[in-house]
Design a protein around this ligand. Structure first.
Ligand SMILES: *Cc1c(COP(=O)(O)O)cnc(C)c1O
Length: 468
């Protein structure tokens, strides 16, 4: 039996894993989700106790991949993806209280949790492209973390070029250098004289230009890609197993922006993992916590915070949850998303909100609480944490209902990725891991361009079509 994926808007025929992997977004504008949820039974979970991260990943991913990959190929790609992580456990737990844990997701090449999904995605893409004898150009805009993780995932791959647009002088030096010091010939950075929104508008316009899109075979590796979501479900399973699942329930607090990471926890729960609470932690940009409080999903202005990777308003993966809350009524999801585009908000019926609140708790954390949490954790445990993780710690402690149930907070970034905010809150300057110690001395390579579509397109076309 092989798995099939349907669109949350119900407007396209079901598709297989490889199609979903390469397409990203469905052609009706919806997001792909599995037609039915694969199960991890109690015995399956018991069997996985003591298994390595890679072994658990192979078991969790296999039913989602279906017959798109052989078992041996899947295992090999997983081994390759996680071989370069700094920690052999890939995502180790660290205790920070009597029954509180950090799940460290930042031991990949670019020091944020996005590496866990994107490293695997790079290998999955390469495998699919080789089979199809195709090449692609990955084009993306970044306000910081995603660009470096995408570059690290694509660097040196034969059938992929990657072009990342960032707003000139508006991302941190560490973030910029993680992108611009990569030496691979297929990696191209463009600093746009404008804002992140300008960069995103340029990328959108390139995808909306059918001739350009086809000629360069443009692809996106953004957070709505199903393979990214399911790669993230793996660490919910490994950490819950380490803390007593399936005999004990475990709660999670998840620093959230696009709703991809915490939705991956929901997927693990639907599969049968014994999860207690799933706590959605947001910063001042609180569209998600407002939704869980009121049932209304309404866009507001984006505010800058010290946890910039969560400074977003439209939480794109939320549509996947909405699909389930509305009992998989695709046309109704399409109607609400159209209403969102037109009127900037929509509301769900009371029964759907009831279902949402059974599944999730949510809390909003302000800047002061974030800073205080960083300082307090340093004082009580000696741990330096980054501002995103601090939002998770604060929200988790405020929202947990049962202190006897283990609480795992997802540590989504290494503190050295946000040195200024960490130093301001704690008085300590976090240090980069040894492999990145000379990051600030490495030569950089990037092109500065005005925010002009024709110029950017001409530049990219030159890069990609010219033999290296
Ligand atoms: C992307 C990111 C998040 C938010 O994750 P979502 O899947 O978008 O909810 C949180 N913390 C860090 C450090 C990130 O890079």
């Amino acid at each position: 039996m092989t798995i099939r994926y349907v669109s949350t808007r119900g407007g396209v025929p079901p598709a297989g894993f490889e199609e979903v992997l390469l397409a990203g977004l469905a052609a009706d504008g919806g997001l792909y989700v599995p037609e039915s949820w694969p199960r991890l039974e109690r015995e399956d979970l018991e069997e996985l106790r003591g298994a390595s991260y890679q072994q658990v990943a192979a078991r969790v991913l296999a039913p989602f991949v279906g017959d798109a990959l052989s078992e041996a190929d899947l295992r090999r790609l997983i081994e390759q993806a996680y071989g370069a992580f700094d920690h052999t456990a890939v995502a180790p737990l660290r205790q920070i209280g009597p029954n509180d844990w950090l799940l460290e997701l930042f031991h990949g090449p670019t020091l944020a949790f996005k590496d866990i999904a994107l490293q695997l995605l790079g290998f999955l893409f390469e495998h699919a492209l080789a089979r199809r004898r195709q090449s692609i150009t990955v084009v993306g805009a970044t306000s910081g973390d995603t660009g470096s993780a995408a570059i690290a995932a694509c660097a040196g791959r034969e059938r992929m070029s990657v072009v990342i647009l960032h707003p000139r002088d508006r991302i941190s030096e560490v973030q910029r250098r993680q992108m611009t010091t990569v030496e691979a010939a297929n990696v191209h950075n463009v600093a746009i004289e404008g804002s992140f929104d300008d960069c995103q508008a340029l990328v959108k316009a390139m995808f909306n230009d059918p001739v350009f899109r086809e000629r360069l075979n443009l692809a996106a590796i953004n957070s709505i890609n199903w393979a990214r979501v399911v790669a993230q479900s793996v660490y919910y399973v490994t950490s819950a197993l380490a803390l007593g699942a399936p005999w004990r329930r475990v709660s999670f607090a998840v620093p959230s922006g696009n709703f991809g990471d915490v939705y991956a926890g929901y997927v693990a729960k639907r599969m049968g993992l014994t999860i207690g609470q799933l706590i959605v932690a947001t910063n001042r940009n609180d569209i998600l916590s407002r939704f869980f409080a009121t049932g209304r999903y309404g866009l507001g202005p984006v505010e800058a915070t010290m946890s910039p990777s969560m400074d977003i308003q439209v939480a794109s993966n939320f549509e996947r949850l909405l699909f389930d809350l509305l009992e998989r009524n695709g046309p109704e999801v399409a109607r609400l998303m159209a209403q969102l585009a037109e009127r900037r908000s929509f509301a769900v019926p009371a029964d759907a909100l009831g279902r949402a609140c059974e599944l999730f708790d949510a809390a909003r954390v302000d800047e002061e609480e974030t800073a205080v949490t960083m300082a307090e954790l340093l004082r009580t445990t000696g741990e330096l944490i980054d501002p995103h993780t601090a939002v998770g710690v604060h929200a988790g402690r405020a929202s947990r209902v049962d202190p006897a149930m283990p609480l795992v907070v997802l540590a989504t970034a290494h503190p050295a990725k946000f040195p200024d905010a960490v130093r301001r809150a704690t008085g300590l300057a976090p240090t980069l891991p040894p492999r990145l110690a000379d990051l600030l001395q490495r030569p950089e390579r990037f092109t500065v361009l005005p925010s002009d579509l024709a110029e950017v397109q001409a530049h990219i076309e030159n890069l990609v079509t010219e033999p290296a």
